[in-house]
Ligand binder design. Structure first.
Ligand code: MOS
Length: 742
C-alpha cells in the first residue's frame, strides 16, 4: 500500500474530553481520605540547616505529619542517572540530610487534612541555616568548570580539520560573536503534581503528571525497595510538559514518603511558584561562534564554544554546539567545545529541544551576520553550505529535503521582495524586518511494545505505556493503529498513560510517534499472523491449508495471499467461524534496530516578519512561515499544531522569557506568570506551517521522525535576524526587550 507524506487531518480523539473537563489530570483524581502536602523551601543557596522548629506548626488542627531531614526515613537506593530505567535530573533524595545546595530546595514538608491547613502550618515552620557563599554565575564557578566528553552517549567536544588555520587565513571573510540566552523555565498550564496512595506497605500507586510512567515506576520501586509490579503509575492526560515532567523530581518522592509516614494518601501539587525551583529549567548559555568563509560564501571553519550552567546536584548538560554546529553545515573544519559550570542553582533539565534550541539560535544568528559580511542573501549562504552528508559522522542524511523547505518557505513568504539593507523596509511609521533561519532536530529511536485486542464486532483496543503531553499523541497513535491494523479510525481505541501497559519510553526527544508507531506496526503484524493461523486451520476459509508466511493484510479488515489477493478472508469472519469473541496479541520490547549507514535528522526553514515602532521599540512578530521536513506527517492537524507550538515558544524565547535570579540569594524572582512572560495571543501572529519531503522508511516502518521539538529550533534566530533587518541593531543577548533596542 502506498503511503503519502501527509496523513489524514483528524480531530483530536480526546478533544471532547478536554473541552468538557472530563479528562482527568493527575491531581484531579479523587482519592478517599487524601491529605495535602505543602513544602517549606530554603531561602539560602548554600549551607547547612542548623535547626528546624516545627512546634507551632505541629500544634495546628489538621496537621498529620511534618517531614524534615531529622525524621524522614531514608530512601533505599542511590539515586540513578538517566536511562531507559527512569530519569533523574536532580540526583539526590529530598530531606535526607542537612545540606542546602540551591535556593528553593525543599527543607520540610507539612501534611495536613486540607491544603489551607498545610499551607498555614508550613508558614509557621522556622528553619535556621549556617549559610555559605554560593556559586551563582559562570564567573564565580570558573574554577569548577568541566568539559564533559559525552552527553547522553553523544560526543560533545568535536574537532574536525584545522579550524585555527582557517580562522587566521586573511583571505577569508570572518565573524566572531558571543550570544547569550537567559535561564528559561517551563510553564505548562498543568503544574507538576502527584497523588501517592499506599495499600499496606508493599503496594504503591501514583497518579503522577509525567512524561515517563515506566521510568517513575522503576525509580519509585527502587527508592522504596518495592517489587516493580507493586508500583503503579497512572497518567492518562498531561497538560503540557516541554521536558519538565521527564525526570522524577523531589515532590514525587516526598508525596510517596509522606503518604507512608502519615498513613493516608497524599497529594503534592507543585505551585506555579515552585515550578521555578522544583522541576528544572533551561540553563542559561553563553555561546561564541567563529565563522570563516570564502568570498563566495563557502564555510571553511565553524567554531562553536558553548558555556552553560549545571547544578551541584546533577550533571545535566545543555549540548548547544554538538547539536547544531556538529551537524548543520558542510565545512572542512568544525570545532565544538562545551564547558559546564556547576552552580548553587536548582538543576537544569530538558526543555523543548535541549541543546538544539539555544544552539541553533547562536549558529543561525552567526550565519546571518556572516551573510551580511559577505553581502549575500541569507538563504543563498545556507544553500552554499548545504550538507548532504552528516558533517562530522560522514554518512548521508536520510530523506533530507531542506532545500525544498527553503524554496517553499521563501515562495510562501515572498522572500524575493526583501530589500537586503537594514532599516529599508517600512509599513507606515513602523520598521519592517524579514529574517530567516534553519531548523533542525535529530530523529531519536527508542524501544516500545504494544498490545492489541481485536473483537468480533470489528473494533480494537491498542495499549502502550506511552504518553500524550497535549501533543495529540492519542490521535496520532489511533491513526497509526487504524492504518497498521487495517480498521476504520472510528473502530480503534488507543490507551496510554498506565505503567500496567506494555513498555513505552519517555515521551521526550520527539521519539514517541516513531517508537510507539513501530511497536504498533509490529503488533499489527502479529495480529495478522494470529488471524492467519486461525484461517489456515479452518476448512471454510479461502485461506485453508495455505502457509501463514504467504499471508498478510491485503486490504483494510482483510488478510489474504500476498501473491493472489483473490484468496482472502475478513478478520471478523475468521473470528466468528472460530467462535471467538476477541483475540489478544502482544509484542515484545526489543532494542531498536540501528542503521549506522545513514544519519537521521529532521530539517526546516523559518521565515518571519517583525514590525517595530521606532519610538517605542516593542517587537511584534507579524508573520511566520515554517516549512518542515520530518519524514511522514502521521497526523496532519496535530503535527501542524506541534510546529505552531514550537514557534510560539520561540517567540517567547526571543522576546520575553527570562528567569531572573536575585544575585545575593540565588532565588528566582520571576516566579509567576505575571513576572515570567510567555507569549499571549496578542503576541502570536498567523503561523503558516507546511511540510515537505517523503516518509523516511529507512528510519522506521512508520516513516516518521517526530515533530515535538523541531518547531522551536531556529525560530529565535529568525526573529533576532528580522529585528536586525528592521533596525540595524544586532541584539545578541536574549530576550530582545524594548530597552535593548532604544
Ligand atoms: Mo523533551 S525536552 O525531549 O521532553
Amino acid at each position: 500500500m502506498s503511503v503519502t507524506l501527509m496523513g489524514p487531518a483528524r480531530n483530536r480523539v480526546d478533544g471532547r474530553l478536554k473541552v468538557t473537563g472530563a479528562a482527568k489530570y493527575s491531581v484531579e483524581f479523587e482519592v478517599p481520605k487524601c491529605a495535602y502536602g505543602w513544602t517549606v523551601e530554603s531561602n539560602i543557596a548554600k549551607g547547612k540547616i542548623t535547626t528546624i522548629d516545627t512546634k507551632a506548626a505541629q500544634a495546628l488542627p489538621g496537621v498529620l505529619a511534618i517531614l524534615t531531614h531529622l525524621n524522614t526515613p531514608k530512601f533505599k537506593t542511590a539515586p540513578k542517572k538517566e536511562g531507559a530505567s527512569g530519569i533523574r535530573s536532580e540526583e539526590r533524595f529530598p530531606l535526607n540530610d542537612d545540606d542546602v545546595h540551591y535556593a528553593g530546595q525543599y527543607v520540610a514538608l507539612v501534611v495536613s487534612e486540607t491544603i489551607e491547613q498545610a499551607r498555614h502550618a508550613a508558614s509557621l515552620v522556622r528553619v535556621s541555616y549556617a549559610p555559605e557563599e554560593p556559586l551563582l554565575t559562570m564567573e564565580a564557578a570558573e574554577h569548577k568548570a568541566e568539559k564533559p566528553k559525552k552527553n547522553n552517549d553523544e560526543h560533545v567536544q568535536i574537532k574536525k580539520g584545522d579550524v585555527e588555520a582557517a580562522l587566521k587565513d586573511a583571505s577569508l571573510v570572518k565573524i566572531e560573536q558571543t550570544y547569550i540566552t537567559p535561564t528559561e523555565t517551563h510553564n505548562p498550564i498543568e503544574m507538576s503534581g502527584t497523588i501517592a496512595v499506599w495499600e499496606g506497605d508493599q503496594k504503591l500507586t501514583l497518579y503522577d503528571a509525567t512524561q515517563f510512567v515506566k521510568g517513575v515506576q522503576n525509580i519509585l520501586a527502587n527508592a522504596f525497595g518495592l517489587e516493580i509490579e507493586n508500583v503503579r503509575i497512572i497518567c492518562p492526560f498531561v497538560g503540557g510538559a516541554f521536558g519538565c515532567k521527564g525526570a522524577v523530581w523531589m515532590h514525587v518522592f516526598l508525596a510517596a514518603m509522606a503518604a507512608k509516614v502519615a498513613g493516608v494518601p497524599v497529594k503534592m501539587h507543585v505551585t506555579r511558584r515552585n515550578m521555578f525551583v522544583g522541576t528544572g529549567h533551561r540553563t542559561p548559555t553563553r555561546q561564541t561562534l567563529s565563522l570563516a568563509a570564502t568570498r563566495d560564501g563557502k564555510l571553511q571553519a565553524i567554531q562553536h564554544v558553548s558555556e552553560t550552567l549545571t547544578s551541584m546536584v546533577g550533571k545535566f548538560t545543555e549540548s548547544c554546539g554538538a547539536r547544531s554546529t556538529g551537524l548543520m553545515y558542510e565545512s572542512p573544519a568544525i570545532r565544538v567545545e562545551e564547558t559546564v559550570y556547576p552552580v548553587n542553582v536548582a538543576t537544569p533539565t530538558f526543555m523543548r529541544a535541549p541543546g538544539e534550541c539555544p544552539g541553533t539560535y547562536a549558529l543561525e544568528c552567526a550565519m546571518d551576520e556572516l551573510a551580511i559580511a559577505l553581502k549575500m542573501d541569507p538563504v543563498a549562504l545556507r544553500l552554499a553550505n548545504h550538507a548532504d552528508n552528516h558533517p562530522t559522522k560522514n554518512v548521508p542524511f536520510s530523506a533530507k529535503h531542506l532545500k525544498e523547505a527553503y524554496q517553499l518557505g521563501a515562495d510562501k513568504f515572498g522572500w524575493s521582495k526583501r530589500n537586503r539593507d537594514p532599516g529599508s523596509m517600512r509599513d507606515g511609521d513602523l520598521l519592517v524586518g524579514w529574517g530567516m533561519a534553519t531548523a533542525t532536530y535529530p530523529a531519536h529511536k527508542m524501544s516500545a511494545a504494544a498490545k492489541v485486542q481485536l473483537r468480533v464486532n470489528g473494533t480494537a483496543t491498542v495499549q502502550c505505556a506511552t504518553h500524550d503531553l497535549g501533543t495529540g499523541a492519542y490521535t496520532a497513535f489511533t491513526q497509526i493503529s487504524s492504518e497498521q491494523l487495517g480498521l476504520p479510525f472510528e473502530n480503534v481505541t488507543f490507551e496510554l498513560g498506565k505503567s500496567d501497559f506494555p513498555f513505552g519510553p519517555v515521551a521526550g526527544g520527539s521519539n514517541s510517534t516513531g517508537t510507539v508507531g513501530t511497536a504498533i506496526h509490529e503488533v499489527a503484524g502479529l495480529l495478522h499472523k494470529a488471524l492467519a493461523e486461525l484461517a489456515v486451520k479452518d476448512s471454510k476459509s479461502p485461506l485453508f491449508n495455505l502457509k501463514t508466511d504467504d499471508i498478510a493484510m491485503i486490504a483494510p479488515g482483510r488478510i489474504g495471499l500476498k501473491a493472489d489477493s483473490a484468496k482472502a478472508d475478513a478478520y471478523v469472519d475468521i473470528l466468528k467461524r472460530a467462535g471467538k469473541d476477541s483475540i489478544d496479541v502482544q509484542s515484545e520490547r526489543k532494542p531498536p534496530e540501528e542503521n549506522k549507514k545513514q544519519a537521521f535528522q529532521s530539517w526546516g526553514a523559518h521565515f518571519c516578519e517583525v514590525k517595530i515602532d521606532p519610538i517605542l521599540p516593542r517587537v511584534q512578530v507579524t508573520r511566520v512561515v515554517s516549512v518542515m521536513n520530518c519524514g511522514r506527517v502521521v497526523s496532519a492537524k496535530t503535527a501542524r499544531s506541534q510546529i505552531i507550538g514550537g514557534v510560539v515558544m520561540g517567540i517567547g524565547m526571543a522576546l520575553t522569557e527570562e528567569t531572573y535570579y536575585d544575585p545575593p540569594t540565588g532565588l528566582p524572582v520571576t516566579r509567576n506568570l505575571a513576572d515570567y512572560h510567555v507569549p499571549t495571543n496578542a503576541d502570536v501572529p498567523e503561523i503558516d506551517v507546511a511540510f515537505v519531503g517523503e516518509p523516511d522508511f529507512a528510519f522506521n516502518p512508520i516513516g516518521a521522525r517526530g515533530m515535538g521539538e523541531i518547531g522551536i529550533t531556529g525560530i529565535t534566530a529568525a526573529i533576532a535576524n528580522a529585528v536586525y533587518h528592521a533596525t540595524g541593531k544586532r541584539i545578541r543577548d536574549l530576550p530582545i526587550t524594548p530597552d535593548k533596542l532604544i
